[in-house]
Design a protein around this ligand. Structure first.
Ligand SMILES: *[C@@H]1O[C@H](CO)[C@@H](O)[C@H](O)[C@H]1NC(C)=O
Ligand SMILES: CC(=O)N[C@H]1CO[C@H](CO)[C@@H](O)[C@@H]1O
Length: 449
């Protein structure tokens, strides 16, 4: 199972997505937020900064995963965010213990009839009988619970059955909890911000807060039909809640469908741009990004012990901007607005070298970044951090946030004939970009409630 996989695949399935869902069922008044952060000394590790919000103990964080991905994806969370989360439960298709955490079998109470009659449970039965040895050794089943290009991925096929049993179990796991937060292992959760956010809501009223794709909004009717036919987990949940008249509060840009490295901070959805708003989640986060963002967030907690939500603008300025330089080798660009590229690169010269590609970007006032790899120049008016990469990615899955296919065309041209991909940014223009973005903020932009 590679990193960043999830059960989302827009390209192939036009599915609904809830990257993070928060449901409040119960019956207490809002707790006052506490804004003090204190140092919690840890014996083995460096000082840990956890938000000291009183509602932390009233939240159950529920992680949904599967045997094919959990070994690879869980440890980084145990090492980072989960250290600050007092109550969490992990539900999977296989019961086991990982680094001292118990992983619950989400299907153990499901009717035997269903499990035996539905072929999708084949993987589950195999795991039950043979344990991890039951997973195929060729690695094809180590592909996460997400579809990741393969809709017949057994882990993915099982995933949709987990949602309702998971909610039922979570409720019994922590009947006293006021908030239930559902995430996947490729979700990055800013715990301090989440607690601040939840503090704005009345826990006596049922809420359903999350992020769905704009696809869903546009194709609601089809998706509902699709749900009925497919019984896909996220859809069932959405429908079930809608049926009981709990509408979804669309919490973009607090909840992101993108990972931090590919987020365009100037994107506009439902008239909102991320920049001015606090961050709560990112999705499709690979392990190294979870780790580095956690370190950044820890530093933020250390520097801002009182009542300062971490906004997308702060992430851009502190975590992204320092890494945007004139040139970065072995770095994939995500210079992905092809329309802009096509117009900006009319002359064709740009493809001859890295410098020519830079010049092409320089000569267009809107251009902010570019990338170059042997005969291929891409420019963009959007800013993205991108990721370490050597090979040219010829097929990129935004759903899974990974390269599906790398270019093999080096073969005929002899080994080493292709340089590693390099990226560059218009450093001077970025300063203007930041101040222009700052100017879009006003006092009304805070928490979306
Ligand atoms: C943000 O995007 C809008 C529209 O896509 C564009 O007009 C604007 O110039 C961009 N802002 C910056 C600072 O690049
Ligand atoms: C030069 C280069 O590697 N460009 C890649 C930038 O990223 C997009 C997808 O994110 C690829 O399609 C390009 O090939």
């Amino acid at each position: 199972m590679a990193t960043g996989r999830s059960w989302v695949d827009f390209r192939r399935k036009n599915r609904t997505v809830f990257t993070a869902l928060i449901i409040c069922f119960l019956f207490f008044h809002l707790c006052r937020r506490s804004t003090i952060s204190t140092n919690i000394p840890s014996q083995h590790r460096s000082t840990l900064y956890c938000p000291q919000n009183l509602i932390a103990k009233e939240v159950l964080v529920v992680l949904r995963t599967g045997a094919t991905e959990v070994l690879e994806k869980l440890p980084v969370h145990l090492d980072t965010t989960l250290r600050c989360i007092p109550n969490y439960a992990i539900y999977s298709d296989y019961e086991e213990d990982i680094e001292g955490s118990h992983i619950h079998d989400v299907f153990d109470e499901l009717s035997q009839d269903l499990k035996e009659s539905v072929p999708d449970f084949e993987l589950y039965h195999r795991l039950k009988m043979k344990g991890r040895d039951g997973l195929s050794i060729d690695g094809t089943e180590h592909d996460g619970s997400g579809p990741s290009g393969l809709l017949d991925n057994p882990g993915w096929k099982l995933d949709k059955f987990k949602f309702l049993p998971m909610i039922d179990k979570a409720l019994r796991h922590s009947p006293q909890a006021k908030w239930f937060v559902f995430v996947e292992l490729d979700t990055y959760l800013m715990w301090g911000n989440l607690l601040d956010y939840l503090s704005k809501f009345d826990a006596e009223i049922p809420h359903y807060i999350g992020k769905v794709t704009e696809h869903w909004r546009a194709h609601m009717v089809e998706y509902n039909q699709y749900t009925i036919e497919q019984w896909a987990g996220d859809m069932v949940l959405g429908k079930a809640l809608k049926d009981v008249l709990i509408p979804l509060l669309w919490a973009f840009p607090h909840f992101q469908g993108d990972p931090v490295s590919t987020l365009d901070h100037n994107i506009t959805k439902i008239n909102r741009q991320p920049w001015c708003y606090p961050v709560i989640t990112y999705h499709h986060m690979p392990e190294d990004e979870i780790r580095s963002l956690w370190e950044f967030e820890q530093e933020w907690q250390r520097m801002h012990p009182r009542d300062v939500p971490l906004r997308h603008a702060n992430v851009f300025k502190g975590y992204i901007h320092p890494y945007l330089s004139k040139e970065r080798t072995e770095w994939d660009n995500y210079s992905v607005n092809p329309e802009f590229s096509k117009h900006a690169l009319k002359d064709g010269e740009a493809h001859t070298s890295f410098e020519a590609c830079r010049s092409a970007c320089e000569s267009n006032a809107m251009c902010l970044q570019f990338s170059y790899r042997t005969s291929m120049c891409l420019v963009s008016s959007e800013v993205r951090l991108g990721r370490r990469a050597t090979l040219q990615c010829s097929e990129y899955s935004t759903a899974a946030s990974k390269c599906d296919k790398t270019e093999e065309r080096g073969l005929g041209m002899g080994e080493g004939s292709l340089d590693a991909v390099r990226s560059g940014w218009m450093v001077d223009r970025l300063a203007k970009y930041v101040s222009a973005m700052d100017q879009t903020c006003n006092d009304h932009m805070g928490w979306i409630i």
